[in-house]
Design a protein around this ligand. Structure first.
Ligand code: CIR
Length: 263
Protein backbone atom coordinates (compact mmCIF):
# COMPACT_ATOMS: atom_id res chain seq x y z
CA UNK A 1 0.00 0.00 0.00
CA UNK A 2 1.48 3.40 -0.93
CA UNK A 3 1.88 5.80 2.04
CA UNK A 4 -1.32 7.77 2.80
CA UNK A 5 -2.28 10.49 5.25
CA UNK A 6 -3.92 8.80 8.27
CA UNK A 7 -7.00 10.99 8.22
CA UNK A 8 -7.72 10.20 4.61
CA UNK A 9 -7.80 6.52 5.54
CA UNK A 10 -11.00 6.97 7.52
CA UNK A 11 -14.07 6.89 5.29
CA UNK A 12 -16.93 9.39 5.63
CA UNK A 13 -20.22 7.98 4.43
CA UNK A 14 -23.48 9.84 3.96
CA UNK A 15 -25.67 7.11 2.44
CA UNK A 16 -26.42 3.45 2.89
CA UNK A 17 -28.57 1.02 0.94
CA UNK A 18 -30.06 -1.97 2.72
CA UNK A 19 -32.69 -4.55 1.84
CA UNK A 20 -35.16 -5.94 4.37
CA UNK A 21 -34.70 -9.70 4.90
CA UNK A 22 -37.24 -11.91 3.16
CA UNK A 23 -39.22 -14.42 5.20
CA UNK A 24 -37.43 -17.05 3.09
CA UNK A 25 -34.07 -16.08 4.66
CA UNK A 26 -33.60 -19.56 6.10
CA UNK A 27 -33.40 -20.98 2.54
CA UNK A 28 -30.18 -19.06 1.85
CA UNK A 29 -26.67 -20.48 1.61
CA UNK A 30 -24.89 -21.37 4.82
CA UNK A 31 -22.06 -23.43 6.25
CA UNK A 32 -22.70 -22.35 9.85
CA UNK A 33 -24.63 -25.30 11.35
CA UNK A 34 -26.24 -22.96 13.87
CA UNK A 35 -29.84 -23.84 13.11
CA UNK A 36 -32.54 -21.97 11.20
CA UNK A 37 -32.84 -18.20 11.61
CA UNK A 38 -36.00 -16.87 13.22
CA UNK A 39 -37.53 -14.35 10.76
CA UNK A 40 -39.08 -12.21 13.52
CA UNK A 41 -35.80 -11.89 15.38
CA UNK A 42 -33.98 -11.24 12.11
CA UNK A 43 -36.37 -8.38 11.29
CA UNK A 44 -35.83 -6.90 14.73
CA UNK A 45 -32.03 -7.18 14.52
CA UNK A 46 -32.18 -5.65 11.06
CA UNK A 47 -34.24 -2.70 12.33
CA UNK A 48 -31.65 -2.02 15.05
CA UNK A 49 -28.89 -2.21 12.44
CA UNK A 50 -30.64 0.40 10.29
CA UNK A 51 -31.09 2.59 13.36
CA UNK A 52 -27.37 2.28 14.17
CA UNK A 53 -26.44 3.42 10.64
CA UNK A 54 -28.79 6.39 11.02
CA UNK A 55 -27.16 7.25 14.36
CA UNK A 56 -23.84 7.31 12.50
CA UNK A 57 -25.33 10.09 10.34
CA UNK A 58 -26.26 8.07 7.26
CA UNK A 59 -29.39 8.44 5.17
CA UNK A 60 -30.55 4.86 4.76
CA UNK A 61 -32.50 3.68 1.71
CA UNK A 62 -34.45 0.56 2.69
CA UNK A 63 -35.38 -1.69 -0.24
CA UNK A 64 -38.19 -4.25 -0.19
CA UNK A 65 -37.42 -7.90 0.48
CA UNK A 66 -37.02 -10.27 -2.47
CA UNK A 67 -38.65 -13.55 -1.45
CA UNK A 68 -37.07 -15.35 -4.43
CA UNK A 69 -33.59 -14.39 -3.15
CA UNK A 70 -33.21 -15.62 0.44
CA UNK A 71 -29.71 -14.06 0.64
CA UNK A 72 -30.84 -10.82 -1.00
CA UNK A 73 -30.51 -8.72 2.18
CA UNK A 74 -26.71 -9.29 2.09
CA UNK A 75 -26.56 -6.40 -0.37
CA UNK A 76 -22.86 -5.75 0.10
CA UNK A 77 -22.06 -8.67 -2.18
CA UNK A 78 -23.89 -7.15 -5.14
CA UNK A 79 -21.81 -3.97 -5.66
CA UNK A 80 -18.68 -2.00 -4.89
CA UNK A 81 -19.23 1.75 -4.72
CA UNK A 82 -16.63 4.52 -4.90
CA UNK A 83 -17.32 8.23 -5.42
CA UNK A 84 -16.75 7.93 -9.17
CA UNK A 85 -18.71 4.78 -10.00
CA UNK A 86 -20.82 1.86 -8.75
CA UNK A 87 -19.41 -1.48 -9.88
CA UNK A 88 -22.27 -3.96 -10.17
CA UNK A 89 -20.89 -7.33 -9.25
CA UNK A 90 -21.54 -10.76 -10.67
CA UNK A 91 -21.95 -12.81 -7.48
CA UNK A 92 -20.07 -16.08 -7.36
CA UNK A 93 -22.96 -18.22 -6.07
CA UNK A 94 -25.42 -19.08 -8.85
CA UNK A 95 -28.41 -18.70 -6.52
CA UNK A 96 -27.31 -15.11 -5.84
CA UNK A 97 -26.25 -14.02 -9.31
CA UNK A 98 -29.42 -12.13 -10.21
CA UNK A 99 -29.47 -10.13 -6.98
CA UNK A 100 -27.12 -7.55 -8.49
CA UNK A 101 -29.63 -6.79 -11.26
CA UNK A 102 -32.21 -5.80 -8.64
CA UNK A 103 -29.81 -3.41 -6.97
CA UNK A 104 -28.40 -1.70 -10.05
CA UNK A 105 -31.30 0.76 -10.66
CA UNK A 106 -31.06 2.08 -7.10
CA UNK A 107 -27.29 2.54 -7.35
CA UNK A 108 -27.77 4.14 -10.76
CA UNK A 109 -29.58 7.01 -9.04
CA UNK A 110 -26.31 7.91 -7.29
CA UNK A 111 -23.47 6.88 -9.61
CA UNK A 112 -22.68 5.82 -13.16
CA UNK A 113 -22.63 2.02 -13.11
CA UNK A 114 -20.25 -0.51 -14.64
CA UNK A 115 -20.74 -4.25 -14.65
CA UNK A 116 -18.44 -7.19 -13.84
CA UNK A 117 -18.71 -9.34 -16.97
CA UNK A 118 -18.53 -13.13 -17.46
CA UNK A 119 -16.46 -15.14 -16.88
CA UNK A 120 -15.67 -12.87 -13.95
CA UNK A 121 -17.39 -13.40 -10.61
CA UNK A 122 -17.06 -11.01 -7.71
CA UNK A 123 -18.71 -10.66 -4.29
CA UNK A 124 -18.49 -7.29 -2.54
CA UNK A 125 -17.72 -9.19 0.67
CA UNK A 126 -14.27 -9.83 -0.79
CA UNK A 127 -13.49 -6.14 -1.30
CA UNK A 128 -11.99 -4.00 1.44
CA UNK A 129 -11.16 -0.33 0.91
CA UNK A 130 -8.53 1.42 3.01
CA UNK A 131 -8.25 4.99 1.77
CA UNK A 132 -7.07 4.90 -1.87
CA UNK A 133 -6.11 1.26 -1.62
CA UNK A 134 -8.28 -1.82 -2.19
CA UNK A 135 -7.62 -5.33 -0.95
CA UNK A 136 -9.50 -7.76 -3.20
CA UNK A 137 -9.96 -11.30 -1.92
CA UNK A 138 -9.67 -14.17 -4.39
CA UNK A 139 -12.13 -16.65 -2.87
CA UNK A 140 -14.58 -19.38 -3.78
CA UNK A 141 -16.95 -16.54 -4.77
CA UNK A 142 -14.54 -14.08 -6.44
CA UNK A 143 -12.51 -15.58 -9.27
CA UNK A 144 -9.33 -14.34 -10.94
CA UNK A 145 -11.24 -12.72 -13.81
CA UNK A 146 -13.62 -10.88 -11.46
CA UNK A 147 -10.79 -9.65 -9.24
CA UNK A 148 -8.80 -8.54 -12.30
CA UNK A 149 -11.79 -6.66 -13.78
CA UNK A 150 -12.38 -4.79 -10.54
CA UNK A 151 -8.67 -4.01 -10.18
CA UNK A 152 -8.61 -2.62 -13.75
CA UNK A 153 -11.67 -0.41 -13.13
CA UNK A 154 -10.19 0.90 -9.89
CA UNK A 155 -6.72 1.51 -11.29
CA UNK A 156 -8.19 3.63 -14.10
CA UNK A 157 -9.60 5.77 -11.29
CA UNK A 158 -6.14 5.92 -9.69
CA UNK A 159 -6.83 3.59 -6.78
CA UNK A 160 -4.22 0.96 -5.98
CA UNK A 161 -5.14 -2.69 -5.48
CA UNK A 162 -3.71 -5.90 -4.05
CA UNK A 163 -5.26 -9.31 -4.66
CA UNK A 164 -5.26 -11.54 -1.58
CA UNK A 165 -5.97 -15.28 -1.66
CA UNK A 166 -8.78 -16.20 0.75
CA UNK A 167 -8.24 -19.73 2.02
CA UNK A 168 -10.20 -19.41 5.26
CA UNK A 169 -13.74 -18.09 5.79
CA UNK A 170 -16.41 -17.31 3.20
CA UNK A 171 -15.23 -13.87 2.10
CA UNK A 172 -12.12 -11.78 2.72
CA UNK A 173 -14.15 -9.51 5.03
CA UNK A 174 -15.28 -12.55 7.05
CA UNK A 175 -11.69 -12.43 8.36
CA UNK A 176 -10.25 -8.94 7.77
CA UNK A 177 -11.74 -5.46 8.22
CA UNK A 178 -10.49 -1.88 8.54
CA UNK A 179 -11.16 -0.41 11.98
CA UNK A 180 -9.69 3.05 11.32
CA UNK A 181 -6.35 4.82 10.76
CA UNK A 182 -5.19 2.01 8.49
CA UNK A 183 -5.48 -0.67 11.20
CA UNK A 184 -6.87 -4.05 10.25
CA UNK A 185 -8.84 -6.29 12.61
CA UNK A 186 -8.16 -9.86 11.52
CA UNK A 187 -7.94 -13.53 12.38
CA UNK A 188 -4.66 -15.23 13.25
CA UNK A 189 -4.76 -17.01 9.85
CA UNK A 190 -4.34 -13.66 8.05
CA UNK A 191 -1.94 -12.04 10.53
CA UNK A 192 1.29 -12.94 8.74
CA UNK A 193 0.09 -12.57 5.19
CA UNK A 194 2.64 -10.84 3.01
CA UNK A 195 -0.10 -8.85 1.20
CA UNK A 196 -1.05 -7.22 4.52
CA UNK A 197 2.51 -6.52 5.71
CA UNK A 198 2.15 -2.71 5.36
CA UNK A 199 -0.77 -2.53 7.79
CA UNK A 200 -0.92 -2.31 11.55
CA UNK A 201 -2.98 -5.27 12.69
CA UNK A 202 -5.13 -6.28 15.66
CA UNK A 203 -5.61 -10.02 15.90
CA UNK A 204 -8.88 -11.17 17.47
CA UNK A 205 -8.59 -13.65 20.35
CA UNK A 206 -9.04 -17.36 19.67
CA UNK A 207 -12.71 -18.29 19.33
CA UNK A 208 -13.71 -14.72 18.32
CA UNK A 209 -13.12 -14.98 14.56
CA UNK A 210 -16.64 -13.84 13.75
CA UNK A 211 -15.93 -10.50 15.49
CA UNK A 212 -13.58 -9.61 12.60
CA UNK A 213 -16.74 -8.65 10.75
CA UNK A 214 -16.77 -5.27 12.49
CA UNK A 215 -17.87 -2.25 10.49
CA UNK A 216 -16.30 1.22 10.62
CA UNK A 217 -18.94 3.87 9.87
CA UNK A 218 -17.71 7.42 10.14
CA UNK A 219 -16.20 7.55 13.64
CA UNK A 220 -18.00 4.55 15.12
CA UNK A 221 -17.39 0.85 15.09
CA UNK A 222 -20.39 -1.43 14.82
CA UNK A 223 -19.46 -4.82 16.22
CA UNK A 224 -21.37 -8.05 16.87
CA UNK A 225 -22.39 -8.95 20.43
CA UNK A 226 -20.72 -11.79 22.30
CA UNK A 227 -17.03 -11.05 21.73
CA UNK A 228 -15.65 -9.40 24.89
CA UNK A 229 -11.97 -9.90 24.00
CA UNK A 230 -12.31 -8.10 20.67
CA UNK A 231 -14.47 -5.42 22.23
CA UNK A 232 -11.80 -4.51 24.76
CA UNK A 233 -9.12 -4.55 22.05
CA UNK A 234 -11.16 -2.05 20.02
CA UNK A 235 -12.18 0.14 22.95
CA UNK A 236 -8.48 0.76 23.71
CA UNK A 237 -8.21 2.75 20.49
CA UNK A 238 -10.80 5.23 21.68
CA UNK A 239 -13.47 4.95 18.97
CA UNK A 240 -17.04 4.46 20.20
CA UNK A 241 -18.09 0.83 19.83
CA UNK A 242 -21.77 0.07 19.15
CA UNK A 243 -22.74 -3.53 19.85
CA UNK A 244 -25.42 -5.22 17.75
CA UNK A 245 -26.90 -8.69 17.99
CA UNK A 246 -26.43 -10.45 14.64
CA UNK A 247 -27.29 -14.00 15.77
CA UNK A 248 -29.87 -14.64 13.04
CA UNK A 249 -27.61 -13.40 10.22
CA UNK A 250 -24.66 -15.36 11.59
CA UNK A 251 -26.70 -18.54 11.14
CA UNK A 252 -26.57 -17.77 7.41
CA UNK A 253 -22.84 -16.83 7.35
CA UNK A 254 -23.68 -13.12 7.30
CA UNK A 255 -22.76 -10.19 9.49
CA UNK A 256 -22.56 -6.44 9.83
CA UNK A 257 -20.64 -5.52 6.70
CA UNK A 258 -22.80 -7.62 4.35
CA UNK A 259 -26.08 -6.01 5.38
CA UNK A 260 -25.44 -2.65 3.71
CA UNK A 261 -23.64 -0.75 0.99
CA UNK A 262 -22.16 2.46 2.38
CA UNK A 263 -21.03 5.42 0.29
C1 CIR B 1 -23.95 -16.38 1.28
O1 CIR B 1 -23.46 -17.50 1.53
O2 CIR B 1 -23.72 -15.79 0.23
C2 CIR B 1 -24.81 -15.71 2.32
N1 CIR B 1 -25.55 -16.69 3.03
C3 CIR B 1 -23.99 -14.88 3.26
C4 CIR B 1 -23.33 -13.72 2.60
C5 CIR B 1 -22.55 -12.88 3.54
N2 CIR B 1 -21.99 -11.77 2.87
C6 CIR B 1 -20.88 -11.18 3.23
O3 CIR B 1 -20.19 -11.62 4.13
N3 CIR B 1 -20.48 -10.12 2.53
Amino acid sequence: MPPQDRNSLNPRFSQAIVRRPANSLGDGLTTAHLGAPDPDQAHWQFALYVQALQQCGLVVTVLDPLEQFPDGHFVEDAAVVVPEVAVISRPGALSRREEARYLAPTLGQYRPTVQIEPPGTLDGGDVLQVGRHFLIGRSDRTNDAGAAQLAAILSRLEYTTTIVPVDAGLHFKSSVNHVGDGRLLLTAEFADRIELADFETLVVPDGEQYACNTLLVNDRLLMPSGYPGTRSLLEKWGRPVHILNTSEFRKMDGGLTCLSIRF
